[in-house]
Design a protein around this ligand. Structure first.
Ligand code: GUN
Length: 292
């Protein structure tokens, strides 16, 4: 069994980004600028945004954060989106999710200039991705493709099962893996909460991408020998035996599934670091204005 080291792969990608940013600065082009918009005080969102800021700075990308109170109105947020769309100093921005319930997420995402949508959530970017056109691709699925590529894991002709159909991970992942492209050409089955006889499907998979949002959902008896496992989940579960009183775990019963797998990502240290690196890559791409 080979443990897929997301930290190491992310460091490699970040080094490549840092080299490109340094070359831009040498050529008197301003450093790319990434903005994060954070509404309210969700602790997980604050942690994500802090990691994004730190990672940006480490590669030479300028980073700033707009922190808005939870009572911010939808109009005020849309006005900020308009402002960032029109600010030439800003190359890309993200609006951290989840948003407070009184704000319509779709309206906010649809308002972002798709050329600055480094999350790849805008319908224009999703549509272009489906058509195989150059676009800003959602960071987590993009990071997963990079991991598969780094470890030379063949996708062509393979049976890949994606667990979960979210707009952020499962749906774009299924599309990317089935495209006629490098790190594509797979036969993809997208499974979700209404899938019947799930085990029968997962047992046939050469590769499983678990993004179902349930701690340790995928068990050893659901997979075949030599399967490749990519675990997108991140859950904090109570564990009295640990010093902190909790431990982090993914959507996969790692201890048991690892015994059967040929490759597997750990949680933490697998997919997570790649997501941030892919976001930085998108920011660089947006700054280069190569996407029409
Ligand atoms: N919340 C959890 N993951 C993400 C992400 O990738 N982007 C944004 N904007 N919000 C998130």
């Amino acid at each position: 069994m080979i443990l897929i080291d997301g930290k190491e792969a992310a460091s490699k990608l970040k080094r490549e980004i840092a080299t490109e940013v340094a070359a831009m600065i040498d050529a008197n082009i301003k450093a790319p600028h990434l903005v994060a918009v954070l509404v309210g005080d969700d602790p997980a969102s604050q942690t994500y945004v802090a990691s994004k800021e730190k990672a940006s700075r480490a590669v030479g990308i300028t980073s700033s954060v707009y922190r808005l109170p939870a009572k911010t109105t939808e109009k005020e947020l849309l006005d900020l989106v308009d402002f960032l769309n029109n600010d030439d100093e800003v190359d890309g921005f993200i609006v951290q999710l989840p948003l407070p319930k009184h704000i319509n997420v779709e309206r906010v995402i649809n308002r972002i200039d798709y050329r600055k949508d480094v999350d790849g959530f805008h319908p224009m970017n999703v549509g272009k991705m489906v058509l195989g056109q150059a676009s800003l691709v959602s960071a987590t699925p993009q990071g997963i493709l990079y991991l598969l590529e780094t470890y030379k894991i063949e996708t062509k002709g393979k049976n890949i099962v994606v667990l979960g159909r979210s707009n952020i991970v499962g749906t774009p992942m299924s599309i990317l893996l089935s495209r006629k492209a490098a790190m594509g050409d797979a036969t993809v089955t997208l499974c979700h909460s209404r899938t019947e006889n799930l085990s029968e499907i997962t047992q046939k998979a050469d590769i499983i991408i678990a993004a179902i949002g349930q701690p340790e959902f995928l068990k050893a008896d659901m997979v075949k020998k030599e399967v490749v496992i990519i675990d997108v989940g991140m859950h904090r579960i109570v564990d009295e035996k640990t010093e902190k009183g909790y431990r982090l775990t993914g959507d996969v019963d790692f201890k048991e599934v690892a015994k059967k797998a040929s490759y597997i990502t750990p949680v933490p240290g697998g997919v997570g670091p790649m997501t941030i690196a892919a976001l930085l890559k998108n920011t660089l791409l947006a700054a280069k204005k190569e996407i029409e």
